[in-house]
Design a protein around this ligand. Structure first.
Ligand code: ASP
Ligand code: MG
Length: 805
């Protein structure tokens, strides 16, 4: 014989009850020997609780009551529930008068939900020609009188159950109430909310069933709640012990007591989905891989009590008084944690008992509070307990780091309750994010990197398109989901928590105007519990860098192609560095110098590994490289190349921004600061390439008389020695062990056969001189400018941070 159990949701009107009937019809047609256990349909139990309260408070609930009755008979209009409805109405009437009800009355009321369900299903089956009868489990499941959570008397129940079913018509299928039972006086008791599973497993045990099939509305036991964690996976098989642990830590599809009766007789339990009949579900039995299962469960509606102790060092008996006083009020205590110095005790209680618990303790420790031995007793609501079943503390420590990086504060942590489980007490607002982080840590499944991109100019939009183009491949190869959740332009913000799509440009145009985008982005990330946040600054804005610290404080790592943050006053530069450290964040900006070329990274690695860098020299600007490479090897005038470069977009629209040398100087300063030098921008000696009489006026005026620049450069070129060429060179020299170096940016004459002298096209070159490399510098040459290569470089930074998540 098999026991088939259906949960409340499976029995709901419409496709619920229809599926149930069809599952049962199939089994009965195949002549399977089955006993059926039901819980109340849909929300019936909750609703009955609601009516009790409404009656007690004298409220009017006539409409709801009519709906309730209509719901119960909906699948079979001919069914007669007059007696059951009358019983409930009479009880509610009594409660209305006395303005209260006992837990005994409550059990009697709640029991009607299961009674109604079994009668309905029995009648439907009978009407379809399958002989069946409703069975009231109060006739044989006997308990003590702990209403609401009664303790079963195994010996009596077993005997009564065997006798009852022995005398039952063998041709008829029993449809048995779950959840309900009775005491010695035959008064109704219940086995605790969600207790129908437990009823099923008790009956299975007493009658030696082959197995239990427990139909629910989910596909089985998951590695985490799939509504919170997208990548949660079904656990196909799990052993009794692990299932029991899961049940104890809040997996509500299993009542905690369900497993024990099954273990004794080695009866397998299958969790199935009545709405998805092809799925195999989760099998709980003896053979589940031992210790192989890991799962995350969440207990909600928890409150935290924190007792801060001052003068109790070494005093005995405080703990005992805490727990005795609470248990006298039937308050159950969860996770407990005590500081090693005994300066505080914290623990969790059910949220509905939180204020009572606090009151009890304030009263118990009145005297200690008065003499200030106890500093305070505080309560905190809106917390949850997240338990990782099957993991020990040492395996868990990487997750803890990640939680930390994501600014989750763990209120309590405990690994001693039983076996290999770790429980964390967290604020509700952190739960979703944390569970996702822990889940991807444990299962190595896809980690989500949530990216906000500020600036949608040429670099910004190239980057967005590059990310979108590679997203699937990276997801596949690295199991990393690069999710752009926000694009922020100068006036608007485009949000999509699941990642913006290929048509982002038109979506952006259609999005709302925004006045405080930074704040909106931070709030959006919070609201949607996004983890692994990265902000990318592709603006050229000097105001925007003021947002770096607030972003880091809200848990964003940073990447920028914007150079401002690294070239502002040294004191501000320091402040940013400190904040990176204290917030445990990363800040990468490889593209600040030489675009995608690995300049910063190389210098950083050399410097951090203790290599003494003695000089850095090179041509750092793509546009100036182009100008002087061409000009030096041709007879054409300087303005010819300048005009060309401007037309090709190699320079800024006003080429004087390149010619003034500031951009090269900024790059040089950034490199200097990588070596811990404390130079300021105004200490750099910069040769401005614009002749003085051409510096004023707007860009058009300048472009109109651009040829006036020619005599100036012709003279310089004519004065060059043989085999020398012109290059605009940045040079960092001096004693770089001191706090400041010499920074110069100059037009220099360079031997044409040297590395710098033989530079081609618009390439950049960087020569890094170090002690170990002596006269032969490490040289990096390549395209050091352009939106596409810069975006690639930013992408590189993004992957570097993502890899460490
Ligand atoms: N109907 C009861 C409840 O809602 C028992 C169950 O569903 O298992 O708690
Ligand atoms: Mg670079």
């Amino acid at each position: 014989m098999k026991i088939i159990k259906f949960g409340g949701y499976s029995l709901k009107n419409g496709n619920g009850i229809e599926n149930v009937i069809s599952i049962l019809q199939n089994k009965l047609k195949n002549r399977e020997k089955i006993y059926i256990v039901l819980s109340a349909r849909g929300n019936t139990t909750d609703q009955l609780e609601f009516f009790l309260e409404e009656a007690k408070n004298g409220n009017d609930y006539a409409d709801e009551w009519e709906k309730f009755k209509a719901y119960q008979v909906e699948p079979l209009a001919s069914i007669n529930f007059k007696k059951e409805f009358q019983l409930l109405e009479d009880i509610f009437q009594g409660i209305r008068l006395t303005k209260d009800y006992s837990s005994k009355v409550k059990d009697l009321v709640l029991a009607q939900g299961e009674i109604l369900a079994t009668q309905l299903v029995a009648e439907i089956l009978n009407s379809k020609g399958f002989k069946s009868n409703a069975v009231d489990s109060r006739l044989f499941l006997k308990t003590d009188s702990t209403y609401g959570n009664a303790i079963i008397n195994d010996t009596i129940s077993e005997q009564k159950t065997i006798n009852f079913f022995h005398s039952l018509d063998k041709e008829s299928t029993p449809i048995i109430t779950g959840f309900i039972s009775s005491n010695k006086q035959n008064e109704t008791t219940t086995l605790g909310r969600n207790g129908s599973n437990y009823s099923a497993s008790l009956i299975a045990n007493y009658l030696n069933a082959e197995e239990i099939q427990s139909y629910t509305h989910i596909n089985g036991i998951y590695t985490a709640n799939p509504t919170l964690v997208n990548n949660a996976k079904i656990i196909e098989q799990i052993n009794y012990t692990e299932a029991h642990e899961l049940a104890s830590f809040g997996a509500s599809i299993l009542h905690v007591k369900t497993i024990a009766p099954l273990v004794e007789k080695n009866i397998p339990l299958r969790i199935l989905n009545s709405f998805n009949r092809n799925n195999k579900g989760t099998l709980i039995n003896n053979n589940g891989i031992k210790g192989g299962i890991k799962s995350i469960s969440i207990q909600e509606e928890i409150g935290l009590i924190n007792i801060e102790v001052k003068g109790l060092l070494g005093k005995k008996g405080i703990d005992a008084r805490i727990f005795t006083s609470l248990s006298n009020q039937n308050i159950s205590i969860g996770i407990i944690s005590q500081g090693s110095s005994e300066r505080g005790v914290s623990f969790v209680v059910p949220e509905k008992q939180l204020s009572l618990a606090k009151e009890v303790l304030l009263n118990e420790f009145k005297y200690e509070i008065l003499i200030k031995d106890i500093h305070s007793i505080k309560s905190l609501e809106d917390v949850s307990v997240v338990t990782i079943v099957g993991q020990n503390i040492s395996e868990f420590s990487p997750s803890l780091d990640y939680l930390n990086q994501n600014k989750v504060s763990v209120l309590l942590i405990n690994n001693t309750i039983s076996g290999n489980n770790i429980s964390l007490v967290l604020q509700n607002k952190d739960v979703k994010k944390s569970v996702n982080i822990i889940h991807s840590q444990i299962f190595g499944i896809t980690k989500n990197i949530n990216i906000a991109i500020f600036g949608k100019g040429t670099v910004g939009s190239s980057l967005i398109n590059q990310i979108l183009a590679s997203r699937d491949k990276i997801l596949d190869k690295k199991e990393t989901n690069l999710n752009i959740f926000a694009i922020i332009g100068s006036k608007k913000v485009l949000f999509n928590k699941d990642g913006i799509m290929k048509n982002w440009e038109s979506d952006y145009d259609n999005s709302e105007e925004s006045t405080n985008s930074i704040n909106e982005v931070i709030q959006y990330a919070k609201k949607h519990h996004l983890e692994n946040l990265i902000a990318i600054d592709n603006t050229a804005s000097s105001e925007f860098v003021d947002n770096y610290i607030p972003l880091m404080e809200s848990s964003f790592d940073l990447i920028s192609s914007n150079k401002i943050a690294n070239t502002q006053d040294y004191s501000k530069y320091r402040e940013l560095r400190k904040s990176i450290k204290s917030n445990n964040k990363q800040y990468l900006y490889e593209t600040n110098v030489g675009a995608g070329l690995p300049i910063i990274d190389t210098i950083r690695i050399l410097h951090e590994s203790g290599e003494n860098i003695t000089r850095i020299r090179g041509v750092f600007s793509g546009s100036l490289s182009y100008l002087f490479n061409q000009f030096s090897s041709s007879d054409k005038p300087f303005s010819y190349f300048l005009q060309n470069a401007t037309k090709l977009g190699f320079t800024e629209p006003d080429p004087r921004e390149d010619l003034c040398g500031n951009d090269v100087a900024r790059k040089l300063l950034i490199l200097a600061r990588e070596l811990d030098l404390e130079n300021e921008f105004d200490e750099i000696e910069i040769e401005n390439l614009i002749p003085e009489d051409l510096r004023d006026g707007d860009s058009q005026t300048f472009l109109n008389k651009i040829y006036e620049i020619d005599p100036y450069y012709q003279t310089i070129k004519d004065n060059l020695k043989k085999n020398q060429v012109l290059r605009y060179v940045g040079d960092l020299s001096g004693n770089l062990q001191e706090s400041k170096g010499n920074l110069t940016v100059k037009l220099a004459s360079i031997p044409s056969d040297s590395a710098i002298g033989s530079l081609k096209g618009s390439d950049s070159i960087f020569e890094i001189y170090t002690d170990s490399y002596g006269e032969n510098p490490i040289t990096i040459i390549g395209a050091g400018a352009g939106a596409e290569v810069t975006a690639r470089g930013v992408f590189g930074d993004l992957l570097r941070i993502a890899d460490k998540k």
